[in-house]
Ligand binder design. Structure first.
Ligand code: CP
Ligand code: NVA
Length: 302
């Protein structure tokens, strides 16, 4: 049975903590090259732009002794109508792992269904598991809490990054507060994560009130208009305007760290003084994409 990484829902808390411990080991390792997966090949198929995910996976693979091939669908026969299934079957005969960044989550599910090598979701409209792992590592380092952190995600609480925070939070027993307009609440996640929450002791609270950031360890935000949502820009801006993370909101929270998956739309969902301020963890968070990418590749590639 091939193991994929599509949403993190399919991983146990112990498996997630194992990946985080391995990430920390990689981070602390003296000297970067650790060619424990020499001769293997990572294929990146990206429908959307990427800085952090593309480069962290490529560099992680290189440190592990792996080769990487990058292609947009337009550079593959996929762009001329070859099916996802046939693409998956073919690529599986050449490479050892596939990371795909897609518009629709069903696309990465379809790839995985027909691939005989592991498929990693490198961001879909619903989930961003690689980001969530780097976020958990960052929260662990900054707050000392691998389990049981209190995290407020403020803004577009229905997007891929917010949903992945909810998933990993449910696994690790976090108190996750999703604070944003009711129209964007990820209602489907509530019931889906109930069994995880029951065993981890975590909770997911949905709120429309920015004042509910009070007392959290982490204030997290992301863009108001994700890739693929450009046509909804005006509606989203109007809905989300009151959820900007600024100094006032950070003070209302107490003394939290600030996190953002990046890229940021400065002056919109977050102000410069917070993003560049003393409580901002965003550059360590971005760095941690590299260490967690290595652990994921080692975990998935035989
Ligand atoms: N955070 C993140 O996934 O960034 P990229 O879109 O640059 O990969
Ligand atoms: N929610 C953002 C995350 C980018 C890393 C998007 O999907 O565009």
């Amino acid at each position: 049975m091939v193991r994929h990484m599509l949403s993190l829902m399919e991983y146990t808390p112990d498996e997630i903590m194992g990946i985080l411990h391995m990430s920390r080991t990689f981070k602390e390792l003296p000297g970067r090259p650790t060619p424990v997966r020499a001769g293997r090949t990572l294929m990146l198929v990206f429908e959307k732009p990427s800085t952090r995910t593309r480069v962290s996976l490529t560099v992680a693979a290189s440190h592990l002794g792996m080769e990487t091939i990058y292609a947009s669908p337009q550079e593959l026969q996929l762009g001329r109508g070859e099916t996802i299934a046939d693409t998956a079957r073919t690529l599986s005969r050449y490479v050892d792992v596939i990371a795909a960044r897609v518009y629709r989550h069903v696309t990465v599910e379809e790839l995985a269904r027909h691939s005989s090598v592991p498929v990693i979701n490198a961001l879909s409209d619903l989930y961003h598991p690689l980001q969530a792992l780097a976020d958990a590592l960052t929260i662990w380092e900054k707050t000392g809490k691998l389990r049981g952190a209190t995290v407020a995600f403020v803004g577009d609480v229905g997007n891929n990054v917010a949903r992945s925070i909810a998933v990993i939070g449910a696994k690790l027993g976090w108190e996750v507060r999703l604070i944003g307009p009711r129209e964007l609440w990820p209602e489907d996640l509530r019931g889906a994560l109930d069994p995880e929450l029951a065993s981890s002791g975590g909770s997911i609270v949905l709120s429309e009130d920015p004042a509910d950031v009070r007392g959290v360890d982490v204030v997290y935000t992301d863009v108001w208009v994700s890739m693929g949502q450009e046509a909804e820009r005006e509606r989203r801006m109007a809905l989300l305007r009151r959820y900007q993370v600024n100094v006032r909101l950070m003070e209302a929270a107490g003394d939290p760290i600030f996190m953002h998956c990046l890229p940021a739309n400065r002056g919109m969902e977050v102000t410069d003084d917070v993003l560049d301020g003393p409580r901002s963890a965003v550059w360590d968070q971005a760095e941690n994409r590299l260490h967690t990418a290595k652990a994921v590749l080692v975990a998935l590639v035989a």
